[in-house]
Design a protein around this ligand. Sequence first.
Ligand code: CA
Ligand code: CA
Length: 93
Amino acid sequence: MLPPDRARRPADVPDCAGPDVTAGLDSDADGTPDSVFADDGEDLLLHTDLDDDGLGDQILRIGPDGGTSVEVEACAEPPTLVALLSRWWRGWS
Ligand SMILES: [Ca+2]
Ligand SMILES: [Ca+2]
């Protein structure tokens, strides 16, 4: 979940994008969906968009024992320059 008073800054998030969250939950009640749930085996994952570009940036992993950890979205491949510039532009437009 997003901290309630934290500004969204694209430079603070990893260059790798996670899943589309635009049809997900609005965890901070600002009117914009920012999080989606998924699973990874027995773990429950909450992907959260931190820079308001509609793509997940951070993962909250909840294990079957209730243990949690926070991860950044992993890159399947290094992002292209066009992808990086597109994300930067969406974050500031
Ligand atoms: Ca929101
Ligand atoms: Ca994002």
